[in-house]
Design a protein around this ligand. Structure first.
Ligand code: PLP
Length: 398
């Protein structure tokens, strides 16, 4: 079998060099562990960037994939397929207000669909002037043109213009600013319930409820991007459930199918109904293999796993917080459930990630002062303790 070095070199020769790829090739995974091409084992505390929600090679998901693979791999939306219907039923049952689902293949696509839904809804209401989508600095919604236009990080946008118009940026967490900005031209307010790519940054308490209130008052759609925070990551099935608010639509992806590519848009009935035949589509959307996998993930989450996430998240939080008493290089930690950030006091994140990898722990850097951890939701207490001590070593040695 090819080695890490061989695969890394071949990748550099033939793949676009648009990623800062680590110099290892992963070949196999089981639960929270992965192995590289040289046979080295790692504790995977990034899980495909919050995607491997129920652990690598989860037996229930694997079984669902195998069973579906014997029946039908793809049919397109020219026809009904049962796995898609079953998953839509499970997701919409789990939401108090979002009773319709549309499936696609990624987070960016789910956000594209969500933005289109909001714009189109106003057009159908006879208010085509309501085009402005209020978004937030430091947000991340994906790399397609619409999602990129909504992303409040100029470094991702520069060099790709012109981007779609009608996106305006506000400070995340500042309800007063939103109150000033929202009005008769507002189409929607689009935000993450906790900003993931900004460094795992939660908003002030009560902020989401205030956004909901302002959207309702001004007739703007309240759109939540739960691509990173949804599907149990924060200890509730959807992160907004911590705040007791109900969005008008919500995008999902990442952990939804445990690592199989799938995105989803859920919306309230009244908004979903404007998406009539021809308004939007995806050839692969609702693919039977992906939706069968996601159904198995939902069963696991609702069969007791969700309850474990809050407890495991608390343990991880305590272990990370304790690192600040061991080294001045750690300032603290933050996050929700099993989406957490270790905050460094110096620009060391890339070096910490590299050192952790050498020690057998996979994590990732957001900028130079934040190390993100998003292990599979099935992570054990022992694995959390091991990861924390490996991270402590990595930080001191970096
Ligand atoms: C909040 C959020 N939205 C959207 C995306 C884009 O998802 P994808 O990479 O599947 O297009 C991401 C990816 O990191 C994300 O964190």
């Amino acid at each position: 079998m090819a080695s890490n070095a061989d695969l890394f070199q071949r990748a550099q020769a033939v793949l676009f060099q648009n990623y800062r790829t680590q110099p290892i090739a992963l070949v196999r995974g089981e639960g929270t562990q992965v192995w590289d091409a040289d046979g080295k084992r790692y504790l995977d505390f990034i899980g495909g960037i919050a995607t491997v929600s129920v652990g690598h090679a989860n037996p229930r998901v694997r079984e669902a994939l195998i069973e579906q693979s014997k029946l039908l791999w793809h049919a397109s939306n020219l026809y009904v397929t049962e796995p898609q219907v079953r998953l839509a039923e499970k997701l919409t049952r789990a939401s108090a207000s979002l009773k319709r689902a549309f499936f696609c293949n990624s987070g960016a696509e789910a956000n594209e669909a969500m933005i289109k839904l909001a714009r189109h809804w106003h057009v159908v209401q006879g208010k085509p002037e309501r085009i402005e989508v209020l978004c937030f600095h430091n947000s991340f919604h994906g790399r397609t043109m619409g999602a990129l236009a909504a992303t409040g990080q100029p470094k991702y946008q520069q060099g790709f213009g012109p981007l779609p118009a009608g996106f305006r940026f506000l400070d995340y967490g500042d309800a007063g600013q939103l109150e000033q900005a929202i009005g008769p031209h507002t189409c929607a307010v689009l935000l993450e319930p906790l900003q993931g790519e900004a460094g795992v940054l939660p908003p002030p308490r009560g902020y989401l409820a205030r956004v909901r209130e302002l959207c309702s008052k001004h007739g703007a759609l309240f759109l939540l991007d739960e691509v990173q925070t949804g599907m149990g990551r924060t200890g509730r099935l959807f992160a907004h459930q911590h705040d007791g608010v109900e969005p008008d639509a919500m995008s999902l992806a990442k952990g939804i199918a445990g690592g199989v590519p799938l995105g989803a848009l859920l919306a309230r009935e009244e908004f979903a109904k404007v998406m009539t035949p021809g308004t939007h589509a995806s050839t692969f959307g609702g693919n039977p293999l992906a939706t069968a996998a996601a159904s198995a993930v939902m069963d696991l989450l609702q069969g007791g796993l969700l309850e474990q996430v809050a407890r495991a998240g608390e343990r991880l939080s305590q272990r990370l917080a304790a690192l600040s008493t061991k080294t001045p290089r750690v300032q603290g930690e933050r996050g929700l459930g099993l989406l957490r950030a270790l905050l460094l006091s110096a620009d060391l994140a890339t070096r910490v990630v590299a050192r952790a990898r050498d020690l057998g722990l996979l994590v990732n850097a957001i900028g130079e002062r934040v190390v993100r951890l998003a292990p599979p939701l099935t992570v054990s207490d022992e694995e959390i303790d091991q990861a924390a001590s490996l991270l402590a070593e990595a930080v001191t040695q970096a």
